[in-house]
Write a protein that binds this ligand. Structure first.
Ligand SMILES: Nc1nc2c(c(=O)[nH]1)N[C@H]1C(S)=C(S)[C@@H](COP(=O)(O)O)O[C@H]1N2
Ligand SMILES: [Mo]
Length: 206
């Protein structure tokens, strides 16, 4: 596999993950698109790189804080992934570079009683997932898309991608992650979207 210190070294193709969930790479009722539409609840928030902080909190041995430079010094990977939007479009073969969720979780030391995860973002968006759905190599905190800095409208400087879930599980403009001992609901999960969001089961609404 790739040398973690050199993101140009290799791209891990993780598009085969669908085999865990279904027979077809394209989930049911999804349409392939070459475009990359933008879906944001309230526009693109301002970002001040000097003020920006990323925090890991909750049921961990060590709460962590990173500034923008520190975050990008974490070990990185580049992966080719698919992106499935709950509104019906899928974008295949997208390259994202960033830090894996398990990498960050291991740095913080997640408590055995942690069961759930909440992601926080600059626009007050939140989204939640069970811990086991986050502890996958394909769940990335990413700042690079197809070799370019992640565009602001797509969540730059930093967003989460969850290729095994509908894309609302990936917080754009992410500023932190909290490990929870009891499950809580995020922004859309409180408003009728599925908590599980499995594209191959068409878990769109709850
Ligand atoms: N912070 C934040 N993250 C977010 C959203 C949002 O409104 N705010 N929208 C979600 C939804 S509903 C989708 S479908 C994807 C869309 O990502 P895109 O705009 O890059 O296509 O981002 C998700 N992450
Ligand atoms: Mo969405």
């Amino acid at each position: 596999m790739s040398d973690a210190d050199d993101p140009t070294e290799g791209v891990a193709d993780v598009t085969g993950l669908y085999r865990e969930f279904g027979d077809e790479r394209l989930p049911p009722s999804q349409t392939k698109t070459e475009k990359f539409p933008v879906l944001s609840k309230s526009g693109t928030p301002d970002w001040d790189p000097d003020e920006w902080e990323f925090r890991v909190t909750g049921a961990v041995d060590e709460a962590l804080t990173f500034d923008w430079d520190e975050f990008r010094e974490l070990p990185t990977v580049t992966q080719r992934q698919d992106f499935h939007c709950v509104t019906g479009w899928s974008k295949l073969d997208v390259e994202f570079t960033g830090v894996t969720f398990p990498e960050l979780a291991d740095l913080a030391g997640v408590h055995a009683r942690a069961e759930h995860v909440m992601f926080y973002a600059l626009d007050d968006y939140t989204t939640d997932l069970p811990l086991e759905d986050c502890m996958r190599e394909e769940v990335l905190f990413t700042w690079e898309y197809d070799g370019e800095p992640l565009p602001r409208k797509h969540g730059g400087p930093l967003r989460v991608v969850t290729p095994h879930k509908y894309a609302y599980k990936g917080a754009k403009w992410v500023t932190g992650v909290e490990f929870l001992t009891e499950s809580q609901r995020g922004y859309w999960e409180k408003r009728g979207y599925s908590r599980t969001a499995d594209p191959w089961k068409e878990d769109r609404y709850s």
